[in-house]
Write a protein that binds this ligand. Structure first.
Ligand SMILES: [Zn+2]
Length: 255
């Protein structure tokens, strides 16, 4: 009996037990644990915002988030992201699509009126990449279903969109000696890289404007690193959309 056979049987049994668990103990809200809801109305309402946050120079617009990362929002995102609550996919898909509609409507309260701020007719949707180890731990890219759904939503709104994995996290080579802080910092900066294979995709040749997506924006370091890598490779980053944003006192204040 092979190890893979045992693993498959274990996975099947675990799945069955989980299903049985849902039957015996109906699930609670991912945000507040109210019974019988994936995300209850009160928690879901916390995601109905359009909160601008500052991005690096060169990105055409501010980034936007659906919610502030705290309380029930934080619970729901952590349950979805780190505890495998895939039933939240549908809620977060709707949330991000609504944010896109806000963007399309011009987000009037932001007060940006330059021609550059008009949403382009063609965009590439690029997710902030996960490392191989977190992909392995979570068993999937939690942003992938959101990116795919946002792409379909944008197309339905008349914006030609394609999901392209333009960014990857390069595995850190353990064999490389790192002497000194400079080298370490340089290596950290290089963790997110362009995905050379995706550059030559048909859509990518035709369109150079990107909307980045991520789940949580905290200091902005990751999303800005994504923007920098894309800009260095000739792409224009239009904006970044996130589920939630953590306001910080270190300069990434709400735009
Ligand atoms: Zn709730």
């Amino acid at each position: 009996m092979g190890a893979s056979f045992v693993r498959e049987r274990c996975a099947a049994t675990a799945g069955l037990l989980r299903e049985l668990g849902y039957l015996l103990f109906p699930r609670g809200c991912a945000g507040c644990d109210t019974p019988d809801a994936v995300l209850c109305g009160r928690c879901e309402a916390q995601f109905h915002h359009c909160i601008p946050f500052r991005l690096r120079a060169g990105v055409l617009r501010s980034g936007f988030a659906c919610a502030l990362y705290r309380g029930v929002v934080r619970n729901a995102i952590l349950n979805w992201k780190d505890h495998g609550d895939e039933e939240c996919d549908a809620v977060f898909i709707a949330t991000l699509n609504r944010l896109f509609d806000d963007l399309l409507a011009g987000c009037g309260r932001v007060g940006e009126h330059s021609p550059d701020a008009v949403i382009p007719r063609e965009v590439l949707i690029v997710s902030a990449p996960s490392s191989a180890s977190s992909l392995h731990a979570r068993g999937r890219s939690q942003l992938a279903p959101l990116a795919k759904a946002l792409c379909a939503h944008a197309n339905a709104r008349g914006v030609r969109a394609a999901v392209v994995p333009l960014l990857i996290v390069r595995a850190n080579s353990k064999s490389v000696e790192t002497n000194g802080a400079d080298q370490r910092a340089q290596r950290a900066r290089r963790t997110i890289c362009i995905n050379e294979r995706a550059i030559h995709a048909e859509e990518t040749e035709a369109c150079r404007t990107v909307i980045l997506i991520d789940d949580i924006v905290t200091t902005g370091a990751t999303i800005n690193r994504c923007a920098t890598v894309l800009t260095e490779h000739g792409y224009t980053v239009f904006t970044a959309l996130a589920l939630a944003y953590t306001p910080s006192k270190h300069g990434y204040m709400v735009a």
